[in-house]
Design a protein around this ligand. Structure first.
Ligand SMILES: [Zn+2]
Length: 145
């Protein structure tokens, strides 16, 4: 598979590809590093990042920036969207057909749409800021006056 995408299959690249494509999950670079090293130690963080960059360039995987602190790599490159549980950090795929986007803005001249990625953020009912105010780790009940 790596060769088909013009990637020279080194031992470490094969290990990283296994982690991504066997599990079919959304993994962060750190999770990938941990998984790779659980099987064969000695893969550096730099190697993981370089390999991910290469896989991205060759469109083998997709990068998903859920928030600035959470970047994951998606082995599913077909068009789809995501549900993101902000409490647990769980990401789930939404089939592309279940979301319809209308009213996209007019694009600047000379460009075309490459894709539209939607992340639907969810939280447990009633846990929003309109119900509770969090203040330095302590939960304060909202004034009813
Ligand atoms: Zn996905």
């Amino acid at each position: 598979m790596l060769r088909e995408h013009g990637i020279t299959p080194t031992h470490q690249r094969i290990e990283i590809a296994h982690v991504l494509f066997d599990r079919q999950e959304h993994l962060s670079a750190d999770q990938i590093l941990t998984s790779v090293n659980a099987r064969h130690a000695e893969t550096s963080k730099a190697t993981v990042y370089n390999t991910l960059k290469l896989f991205l360039e060759k469109k083998l995987i997709r990068e998903l920036v859920v928030d600035p602190a959470k970047v994951v790599y998606d082995p599913n490159t077909t068009p789809h969207h995501h549900l993101y549980d902000v409490t647990t950090g769980q990401l789930t795929d939404i089939p592309a057909g279940e979301v319809r986007v209308t009213g996209l803005p007019q694009l600047p001249p000379g460009v075309e749409t490459e894709g539209v990625d939607i992340v639907v953020r969810t939280r447990p009912r009633g846990s929003g800021p309109e119900h509770q105010i969090f203040c330095s780790g302590r939960r304060l009940s909202r004034s009813t006056t």
